[in-house]
Design a protein around this ligand. Structure first.
Ligand code: ATP
Length: 965
């Protein structure tokens, strides 16, 4: 076997037979799985080589790329150098401790970042492209990266082409090659041989990796994969996707910078005060003061916030994936939290997409079918009295099947003839494949078509017999604009005739029919009969059935070339019948609709189906009980202003096409709504891109729609959108939780340091000769930063969602991540922390407001301990601005592991001799601990009190203020 490069002639210049033998391929059966596996080994994966991977050590070192940390390390190194010179203690404890804490912090940052990266990579793997391939004679879906040269692939409208391939069979195929050649108009493709050397854009018998199918379908032989493809040659390697920054991250980076400036200013004021008042005596002391200033900045500036937010977003996105919603763009997570509208398709999203034909109505009566799923077993019986006695001249049927219920529903004569025509047309004009395997019966392809095929089998029409009689020679694919699909068949009985089989939405189909089949005859389709059929169709719709009409006509075989057929053949058709199929609503959808409504989100149904079917299902699901519906045709008559008013009131849109969807989305957005909209077809891409959150279908959706979307549902289920909204809201509220926590704790620390120095003489923080003593040491500050920013903050990031998350209105568009209420809470906690800690210092020292008797290291240890305990009590406050900390107190198991862990570390720092040296602590008594804990707990009680007042005040003013955990 040769690859295309090894051939003298390029693939487009070779005949299909030449290529088939060169690639040892089989156009009917495809490769065998074993052969495909062997080729995968030999030729590698169908992927572009990835860009350079950054080694781990470089990523770790990147954690130190922070001016402040570098400054701190330099100052520490100088102080260690001085120690070497002066040798005042056994080891340079301070330098070692600072270095250790900085190292630990870097490690934590590194772990967080790699977790975030892993999560993002896992998501990419989950949304890996798939390809339809024929192997061992069966059509199946494989990961596109596992395609090999020689594979026979099937590509259809909306697919991204997975490899370079030579076309072997096409049906009205058009592709968009803009990504490769820059040509924006779709190009028609066929299988014809090209002998002359041609440019890429003119190789009409080839399809190229990375381009998309805009219309039609085709089978093709893979000739180049991965880097050998035309796209691979241009791109060379996988472009590194630049990390996306969300609005939230930008806002946080801004807040971080602002706080940085404030903290730096405070640090500078502090250092100057100490130097001026404290009469710095030696270089070593000056170094200590500088280290302290930088340590304060390092500890208090939340420079790691955007990274932590990414980790929380990525972890949340992983949780969403477990609930069947794959987020493709991180910003969507934030937008999901503020979604006010979910505009959803009906079929497959709100309904199960497990179609079963229930009714066939023809000129001579009504036939009902039983059975469930795709099993071709079930009863077929007539519900109309007195059938005509037409001879049984449709030879394929097995009469036994249809005569099961002889007493009541025997199908004979004209009715039988019409039924067989109806189902034969439905079956032949379908591309789905009915398969039987160990799991039972399943359909590969469109479920609507699957149901039609099953119905044909139930009626005794076997595939082989139909194949033998109606060989397919052409196709006009289904589009949601036309709502019709037509196939062309060579009529084996009348060689001079071609048969046109059309199926589609009855209203669209009837406009193209001029006759009707009655028994073996045709009669004119009078206006009266036309409206009668439309009425019957409405009756089917009122039974919540999805309806389709079938029609045919015969054409002289020499009238035109079958593979050049166009819509002009879809006229003067003979109407045969209506087919009604059941597509039951998903059980979980009703609950999801009511959850969405409780969360202040309006669900809207936008469907291509009949308006009556749509309203019946919408009413069953609770989307709209008022039965109001606007059809696509009506929508076209509305001006933008009228539509703006309509979308405020009407929640069901039927018989719409993708263009209408785009108009609806725009109208909703003009009305200030944040809209999540679903879509699956290639033409849905503009609506998906325009909506605030484009949601594509993982199972039935096209590649093009998935690429345009922000989120992909792996189960195509409406309930998963609601679940994703819940996760989105939870993530946002968790980010707010740890922001409350981090900022209030940091502000507490800064205030302690600032006022400790400023008020040193009032609280007794002075040596006997009047020198200022620092409330806390640099090492202690860094330690607090490590203990509190670590486990407890991360635990808050994964707080489980409370029930209230889905019982409050969506976050207002443009609302800041930190609201004024949050700032109040943060400042409140910061001030209490500062007052409490400074009072403890005062009480421990001989002078000041409260008389004490302790030494300075003792007072500093007490302050250090109190500050850590303040932080640990404050974790509980941070879960809400309004709700009591005692509601769901133990619901977060991570938090209750993080708090004891932090306490244990704190105990170690206070009692382990080596750590005592490093952090300049002294052992504390039980009484001391009780004092620290008592004072620190004040932050919890006082915050509870402030929340109580807030709740009472908001209740008194009866304002519908949302709970803001
Ligand atoms: P939704 O937009 O909610 O998914 P839908 O799947 O019913 O709704 P379309 O796929 O645009 O929307 O189908 C619209 C109508 O076209 C259907 O009601 C049906 O009558 C007809 N139809 C659907 N699928 C086919 C098909 N494969 N061949 C012919 N007609 C079809």
């Amino acid at each position: 076997m040769h690859t295309s490069e090894q051939n003298k002639k390029d693939s487009y210049q070779q005949s299909i037979q030449e290529l088939v033998s060169a690639y040892e391929a089989d156009t009917r059966l495809g490769l065998s799985e074993t052969e495909a596996l062997a080729r995968l080994e030999r030729y590698g994966r169908n992927e572009l080589p990835a860009g350079k991977v950054i080694p781990r050590w470089q990523k770790f070192l990147a954690q130190f790329q922070n001016v402040l940390v570098i400054l701190l390390l330099i100052a520490t190194a100088i102080s260690a150098g001085l120690w070497l010179y002066e040798r005042e203690s056994a080891l340079p404890y301070e330098a070692i401790a600072i270095f250790a804490v900085v190292l630990l912090n870097a490690l934590m940052g590194y772990i967080q970042e790699s977790r975030a990266e892993e999560a993002v990579a896992a998501l990419r793997r989950m949304s890996a492209a798939r390809a339809k391939v024929v192997r061992d004679g069966v059509q199946r879906s494989v990961i596109a990266a596992e395609l090999v040269p020689g594979d026979i692939i099937l590509v259809e409208e909306g697919d991204t082409i997975p490899a370079d391939a030579r076309l072997i069979q096409t049906t009205a195929l058009q592709t968009s090659e803009a990504a490769l050649t820059g040509e924006s108009l779709p190009v028609s493709k066929d299988t014809g041989l090209i002998t002359e050397p041609s440019e890429l854009g003119d190789r009409h018998n080839m399809i190229f990796s990375g381009t998309t199918v805009t219309f039609g379908r085709a089978y093709a032989l893979v000739v180049a994969i991965g880097a050998q493809t035309q796209m691979g040659r241009i791109a060379g390697m996988l472009a590194m996707v630049p990390p996306e920054t969300t609005l939230l991250q930008k806002e946080l980076a801004h807040i971080g910078k602002l706080l940085g400036i404030i903290v730096m200013a405070i640090a500078i004021i502090m250092i100057t005060t100490i130097i001026l008042i404290g009469k710095v005596s030696s270089l070593a002391v000056l170094m200590d003061v500088l280290i302290l200033g930088v340590a304060l900045a390092v500890a208090a500036i939340p420079e790691g916030l955007p990274a932590v937010v990414t980790a929380v977003l990525a972890l949340g996105v992983q949780r969403m994936a477990c609930r069947n919603a794959i987020v493709r763009h991180l910003p969507a997570v934030e937008t999901l939290g503020s979604a006010t509208i979910i505009a959803s398709d009906k079929t497959g999203t709100l309904t199960k997409n497990e179609m079963t034909v229930r009714v066939v109505i023809t000129a001579s009566g009504r036939i009902e079918m039983t059975g469930t799923g795709y099993s071709p077993k079930g009863e077929v019986r007539s519900c109309s009295p007195g059938n005509n006695d037409y001879p049984d001249n449709f030879p394929q049927a097995d009469p036994g099947v249809m005569e099961e219920d002889k007493a009541s529903g025997r199908i004979e004569g004209a009715l039988r003839h019409e039924l067989e025509w109806a189902l034969a047309i439905a079956d032949r004009a379908s591309n789905a494949v009915l398969q039987h395997n160990a799991d039972g019966w399943r359909v590969e392809g469109d479920p609507t078509e699957g149901a039609l095929i099953v119905a044909a089998r139930k009626a005794g029409l076997e595939a082989d017999a139909l194949d033998a009689r109606f060989e397919r020679v052409g196709e006009l694919p289904f589009t949601s604009e036309r709502k019709l699909m037509t196939t062309l068949h060579a009529n084996k009985k009348k060689r001079e005739c071609l048969l046109v089989f059309t199926k589609g939405a009855p209203d669209a189909l009837l406009t193209r029919c001029s006759l009707e089949l009655v028994g073996e005859e045709t009669r004119a389709l009078t206006p009266e009969r036309r409206s009668e059929i439309l009425k019957l169709n409405e009756e089917l719709a009122a039974e919540a059935l999805r309806s389709l009409g079938v029609a045919f006509r015969s054409l002289p075989a020499d009238a035109f070339e079958a593979d050049r057929a166009d819509e002009s053949i879809e006229y003067n058709l003979v109407f045969v019948g209506l087919i009604g199929m059941l597509d039951p609503p998903r059980e979980e959808a009703k609950n999801a609709v009511s959850r969405a409504k409780a969360a202040g989100i309006r669900p809207i149904m936008i469907t291509g189906d009949h308006p009556v079917t749509a309203t019946v299902i919408a009413a069953q699901l609770g989307i709209a009980e008022d039965r109001r519906v606007v059809t696509g045709a009506k929508l076209e008559q509305l001006s933008d202003e009228e539509l703006d008013r309509t979308v405020k009131e009407v929640s069901v849109y039927a018989r719409v096409n993708p263009e209408h969807k785009l108009r609806i989305v725009k109208a909703l957005q003009r009305g200030g709504e944040v809209t999540a909209m679903t879509g699956d077809g290639v033409n849905d891409a503009p609506a998906l891109k325009t909506s605030d959150i484009g949601v594509a279908m993982g199972i039935t959706g096209t590649d093009v729609s998935r690429e345009a979307a922000d989120m992909v549902l792996t189960d195509d289920n409406f309930a998963s959108i609601v679940a994703a909204v819940e996760e989105g809201r939870t993530i946002f509220s968790n980010i707010r939780k740890f922001l409350r926590y981090l900022l209030s704790s940091n502000i507490g620390e800064v205030l302690v340091m600032f006022f400790g120095v400023l008020l040193a003489n009032i609280i007794g923080l002075q040596t006997e000769d009047g020198l200022i003593v620092l409330p806390l040491l640099a090492t202690q500050l860094l330690w607090i930063n490590f203990v509190t920013d670590g486990a407890p903050a991360l635990a808050l990031g994964v707080d489980p969602p409370g029930a209230h998350v889905m019982r409050r209105p969506p976050r207002a568009k443009g609302e800041r991540v930190i609201t004024p209420e949050m700032w109040f809470g943060i400042a409140f906690v910061g001030v209490i922390t500062a007052i409490g800690t400074l009072l403890v210092i005062d009480a421990c020292l001989p002078q000041g407001l409260i008389e004490g008797a302790g030494s300075i290291p003792y007072a500093q240890t007490m302050a250090f301990n109190t500050l850590v305990l303040f932080s640990l009590f404050n974790v509980l406050n941070a879960r809400s601005d309004k709700q009591s900390a005692f509601v769901g107190l133990f619901s977060n198991k991570w938090l209750w592991s993080a708090i004891p862990l932090s306490l244990l570390l704190q105990v170690a720092v206070i009692y382990v001799p080596f750590l005592q040296h490093a952090f300049s602590t002294v052992s504390l008594s039980l009484r001391d601990w009780l004092l620290c804990a008592g004072v620190a707990s004040s932050v919890l009680w006082l915050r509870e009190l402030s929340k109580l007042i807030y709740r009472a005040a908001s209740q008194a003013s009866r304002s519908p203020v949302a709970q803001q955990p």
